[in-house]
Ligand binder design. Structure first.
Ligand SMILES: Nc1nc2c(c(=O)[nH]1)N[C@H]1C(S)=C(S)[C@@H](COP(=O)(O)OP(=O)(O)OC[C@H]3O[C@@H](n4cnc5c(=O)[nH]c(N)nc54)[C@H](O)[C@@H]3O)O[C@H]1N2
Ligand SMILES: Nc1nc2c(c(=O)[nH]1)N[C@H]1C(S)=C(S)[C@@H](COP(=O)(O)OP(=O)(O)OC[C@H]3O[C@@H](n4cnc5c(=O)[nH]c(N)nc54)[C@H](O)[C@@H]3O)O[C@H]1N2
Ligand SMILES: [Mo]
Length: 794
């Protein structure tokens, strides 16, 4: 029998949904108006002015939004932020707070019926609270008692590997450093992070090919590229300040090739809100738009490789043979593999014609400085690592690494996700990093690799992990297979959530559960009686300081550094080799440790003193040296693979609306895609709607099918006709996470395949369970077999 779960959907009245037309331009006057409106609603005029003028300024704080870099200090605007950055700040700096009485009035069961949208809108958490084992409510707890409780649980485990320490990419370098130092002093490498669900495929592919898992470009390279390729990314919504960089590049003569199943507004046209001319006239962005089928990118780049090889063979100057000879290995094998190509397979995989692909390849032929940008549309597929290796192959063949105006530009998500990795938040951190911890701190870090996100869920599910600590984030909503993940979390003996806002991970929690509220980045941090600053690293390896201007949301908040050091003391005592209290008293001490133990961070504190900070070394970018095993950049031979979608099914990608930050739902307006006042929509091609026997506006359930025969359901999505390739559908995350099987992950990176889920549409479930709770996932372990025919209405 299928297992049904009540899912909290009632907070949003989807009957108010309005579907308007798709927009072809991003930003402009509306963006400014929305930014101001949301800021004033949440923060009021004084805090709005205090925060927005300090945002992304050299003496201010780093935006909590995306990881796109800031321009040099002398090139920054007074208003160096975007609409969605302003929303991110307003979300944190809101004047609303959740007091302990809120938890007295709302039982855990009540809160479980609430969506992330409602939970997040209650305001900032301002007091530590605990849910005792068997308790029906969260209740206040003192910080000291909370730390003691954590220490007791951690000391009571049979092995340190029964604990899991998750990190979300907003955590500062200082907090991340002490957090990983604590986990390793305690004895585990179980440090999953949001990166496991995000750019892990990038990190794996780049580490194996160029020897370092980070992008190789600077902002200046983007400004001076001849060609910018943007694959699987929606910058108008998720990295709006990237549009200014693209605009500048275009002014300098760059061409843009955008590859996406959807004609995203920001890719098509941009109205720069920071200049008067930009605001009124706007700039067309993509010169060529390839409307690719979902998961067709590997086939596309192999075809482009094939066309470039033809041009090279014809004597055209497309490859940098000196670079290939001096700096790479494996060119011949790669070239041999691509000289023969099955064009029919490429055309069906990509949905593009040979002529379109040849035209795009011609843009690469004509450019001697190409920047390749990509994000989640590339990294969250089964064959992601292979696809990214194929980008690298092309970049290497053309010598587009380590030269001005060229390079690899994975566009990171969370504002400090890259910094957290640099600081050692990584379940597979290399031995040289552990050696440095061992020799500097005198600890004995464990050497075995730890659990990543997906494996942590398995360990919790199977009772192998018993304590789950999260430094930020919303693990249960962000992770795949929501029903499985929530049940896994509820089995934990203790969960600890260090978080600024309420979310689903607080209500689908362990038997004993703590919520510990930290200071946000926009707030003054006076830990240890002095004004502390922290540091962060952006998507282009630039590190800089960040210092919040605001009074904290409440008097009881503690900094993340303070919380980690206090947990460490409560668990390991105060007489060990690591001086936790010194670190808490003055973060400069942490930076001193960073400068000694973290590669590339020598004289760290001094370097972050420079306005704008400093850029971490990157051997391929700086000197065309490649720290791989072979000491050269490596061409890869990638077998062609395409997701086969059975008749009557659709390939679903799960993506962000314009009004959310991951699982934080700011509002219900996906303006550029024409959706207002609702989120449970499925975007489809009009011919698929018709052929599958549906009509626009029908409300259906989505059922995903996994290869072991199990099925999962997400209820009540309204069909919206959209400009997307045949057979490809799109819907928002996290509402669709129940559909993603835990075992459906990318090869070698283990990233959930959030952009490639095979689904079918079924009529809304009318059975008793469903009317109780409007249905949700079908439990995978219940073995509910795929016995339903594809839905065809007569
Ligand atoms: N405002 C805002 N900013 C954010 C975030 C946010 O939620 N809100 N999240 C942050 C985080 S953590 C991240 S990782 C980034 C995410 O930034 P994005 O990667 O831009 O985020 P998604 O919404 O997942 O968009 C994926 C894009 O890939 C396309 N796509 C899907 N499948 C395919 C495919 O098979 N091939 C190709 N070529 N394209 C495909 C989709 O149509 C969509 O345009 O943004 C960061 N910035
Ligand atoms: N289906 C599907 N699933 C996905 C994705 C997808 O595209 N599709 N994208 C994946 C990606 S790219 C990512 S990065 C993950 C995101 O996974 P997470 O990073 O775990 O999720 P967020 O929604 O960013 O976390 C939001 C919560 O962080 C807390 N928070 C906010 N600011 C702070 C702070 O300053 N300090 C602390 N301590 N806490 C804070 C708040 O409580 C807030 O509720 O989701 C992944 N999941
Ligand atoms: Mo991300």
């Amino acid at each position: 029998m299928a297992l049904r779960r009540k899912t909290p959907m009632d907070d949003i009245d989807e009957n108010d949904l309005h579907v308007g037309s798709l927009k072809h331009e991003a930003a402009g006057v509306t963006a400014v108006a929305v930014a101001m409106k949301r800021s004033l609603q949440q923060m009021g005029p004084y805090r709005t002015a205090r925060t927005l003028l300090k945002l992304n300024q050299a003496d201010g704080f780093d935006c909590q939004g995306c990881a796109w870099p800031d321009p040099d200090p002398e090139h920054r605007h007074t208003a160096e932020f975007c609409e969605n950055g302003a929303k991110a700040v307003a979300e944190e700096a809101t004047k609303r707070t959740v007091s302990p009485s809120f938890f007295a009035e709302n039982s855990l069961a009540d809160l479980q019926d609430r969506s992330d949208y409602w939970l997040g809108h209650q305001g900032r958490l301002v007091h530590p609270v605990v849910r005792r084992a068997g308790g029906t409510h969260y209740e206040p707890i003192s910080w000291d008692d909370a730390f003691a409780l954590i220490g007791e649980h951690l000391r009571g485990l049979d092995s340190p590997d029964e604990a899991v320490f998750y990190t979300s990419g907003k955590v500062s370098n200082e907090a991340a450093y002490v957090y990983q130092l604590f986990a390793r002093s305690y004895g585990t490498n179980n440090m999953p992070d949001c990166s496991n669900m995000c750019h892990e495929s990038t990190s794996v592919a780049l580490a194996e090919t160029i020897g370092i898992g980070k992008g190789s470009v600077s902002l200046d390279d983007v400004h001076h590229a001849k060609l910018i390729v943007i694959s699987g990314q929606n910058p108008g919504t998720n990295h709006p300040r990237m549009l200014s960089a693209l605009e500048e590049a275009k002014r300098n003569g760059a061409k843009i090739l955008a590859i996406n199943p959807l004609p995203e507004a920001g890719l098509m046209k941009f109205k720069n809100p920071q200049t008067v001319k930009g605001m009124t006239v706007g700039q067309g962005l993509a010169d060529t738009f390839l409307q690719i089928r979902i998961n067709g990118d590997l086939a596309l780049w192999q075809a482009i490789g094939h066309v470039l090889l033809e041009a090279d063979a014809a004597g055209q100057d497309v490859f940098d043979h000196d670079f290939i000879d001096q700096c790479t290995v494996g060119y011949e094998e790669w070239a041999a593999g691509l000289r023969v190509l099955d064009w029919d397979r490429v055309e069906s995989a990509t949905g593009l014609s040979q002529a379109q692909i040849r035209e795009a390849a011609q843009m690469l032929v004509e450019s001697d400085a190409t920047v390749h940008c990509w994000a989640m549309g590339i990294t969250q597929h089964r064959n992601s690592v292979g696809t990214i290796k194929e980008f690298v192959n092309i970049a290497l063949a053309q010598g587009n690494i380590g030269k001005p105006g060229a390079g690899l530009c994975p566009v990171r998500g969370h504002s400090n996700v890259q910094g957290d990795r640099t600081m050692g938040i990584w379940e597979k951190v290399p031995d040289h990093f552990l050696d440095a911890l061992e020799s500097h701190h005198g600890i004995t870090p464990p050497r075995e690799h730890g659990l990543d996100t997906v494996d942590s869920i398995r360990a919790l599910r199977d009772g192998k992990a018993k304590v789950f600590v999260a430094m930020g984030g919303n693990f249960v909503s962000a992770a795949p297979d929501t029903v499985v993940t929530e049940e896994a979390m509820e089995q934990a003996e203790l969960t600890v959530q260090v978080t600024t806002k309420l979310n689903r991970s607080h209500v689908k929690c362990g038997k004993t559960a703590l919520i510990l509220p930290p200071l946000g980045r926009s707030e003054k941090d006076l830990t240890g009686g002095r004004e502390q600053r922290v540091t962060v690293e952006d998507s282009m390896s630039a590190v800089h300081a960040s210092k919040g201007p605001l009074q904290p949301a409440g008097p009881h908040l503690r900094s993340e550094v303070d919380i980690v050091c206090s947990i460490a003391e409560a668990t390991l005592g105060t007489s060990g080799p690591v001086p936790w209290s010194d670190y808490r008293a003055d973060y400069t001490e942490i930076r001193r440790a960073i400068s000694i133990t973290v590669p590339g961070c020598g004289a760290y504190d001094e370097k972050v003193d420079q306005p704008g900070g400093f850029v971490l070394p990157h051997p391929p970018r700086d000197t065309r040296t490649f720290p791989t095993k072979q000491e050269k950049a490596v061409f890869s031979v990638v077998p062609m693979s395409v997701l086969e979608v059975p008749e009557g099914r659709l390939l679903l990608q799960t993506m962000r609306s314009h009004d959310q930050f991951n699982t934080t739902i700011y509002g219900l307006s996906d303006r550029y895609r024409g959706i207002e006042n609702g989120r449970r929509v499925i975007f489809m091609h009009e011919d698929d709607i018709r052929d599958q026997g549906w009509s626009e506006g029908d409300v259906v359930d989505l059922v995903s099918e996994w290869e072991d025969g199990t099925e999962r359901r997400a209820a009540e999505f309204r069909i919206v006709r959209f400009d997307t390739p045949r057979g490809c559908a799109a819907a928002y995350y996290p509402e669709t996470n129940p559909l993603i099987p835990l075992d459906s992950t990318a090869e070698s990176s283990n990233t959930p395949t959030s952009k490639g889920v095979i689904i079918r549409l079924v009529p809304q479930q009318q059975d008793q369970d469903a009317s109780e709770g409007r249905g949700d996932a079908v439990g995978s372990d219940e073995g509910h077999k795929s016995d339903v025919e594809p839905h065809v209405m007569s």
